[in-house]
Design a binder for this molecule. Structure first.
Ligand SMILES: C[S@@+](CC[C@H](N)C(=O)[O-])C[C@H]1O[C@@H](n2cnc3c(N)ncnc32)[C@H](O)[C@@H]1O
Length: 190
């Protein structure tokens, strides 16, 4: 959120994959942004709503899929997505990135993260396609996609990188903790 203030971004913000107990979009609402969030799980949306109502914030939350956004072109000044596209196949990540850039105004900023291919824990599962690791999570077949730097640059072409940071994430997965790298990107649509 701090980056949006520093870059003097104002107006409408969309969070893709906005559900969960501590929805990041709540911070945008708290700081006066016109805030929207979509998530493809109604149960996760309910959790986010509970948090948002508890703190008296305003976020337009709806069920939706980040691969097919139901918003007009260039509708938002900022699009945000954290730890959500990592749950898509690589082809679907490409669709989601294209959609997020489509609904973003020229000069607007996209903030999202990618899992980094240089450090994949073997417990992530079977690599069925390059960078796509499949495993059972909560009884369901789940994918986590990992990217190389070149692949991310290709996905984000047509944008200017404002900031990027590689961070170590402590991950709780199938009853164990392990560490992985996330590459967080803030890019501006040209
Ligand atoms: C690990 S949680 C992260 C939630 C939140 N962004 C955060 O950082 O706390 C991933 C979220 O992405 C949602 N999600 C997964 N695939 C999605 C899709 N195709 N479209 C929209 N949301 C999706 C999940 O339902 C879940 O709420």
């Amino acid at each position: 959120m701090g980056f949006a203030k520093r870059l003097k971004i104002q107006g409408k913000v969309l969070d893709c994959g906005a559900g969960g107990n501590r929805p990041p979009i709540a911070l945008f609402s708290k700081h006066g942004y016109e805030s929207y969030g979509i998530d493809n799980s109604q149960a996760e949306i309910e959790k986010a709503k509970e948090f948002i109502d508890k703190y008296g914030l305003e976020v337009e939350l709806a069920e939706g899929d980040m691969r097919h956004l139901l918003f007009d072109d260039e509708f938002f000044e900022c699009v945000f997505s954290y730890n959500a596209s990592i749950l898509l196949t690589k082809k679907d990540t490409e669709k989601a990135v294209n959609e997020m850039l489509r609904v973003l105004k020229k000069g607007g900023i996209l903030c999202m993260n990618f899992l980094w291919y240089d450090k994949v824990d073997p417990r992530r599962g079977e690599e069925k396609n390059p960078g796509e690791f499949w495993n059972q999570e909560h009884g369901e077949e789940t994918v986590h996609s990992f990217f190389t730097e070149e692949e991310v640059e290709e996905l984000l072409k047509g944008t200017k990188t404002i900031y990027r940071e590689k961070i170590q994430m402590k991950v709780w997965f199938n009853e164990r903790y392990f560490t992985e790298s996330s590459f967080d990107y803030i890019v501006q649509k040209e």
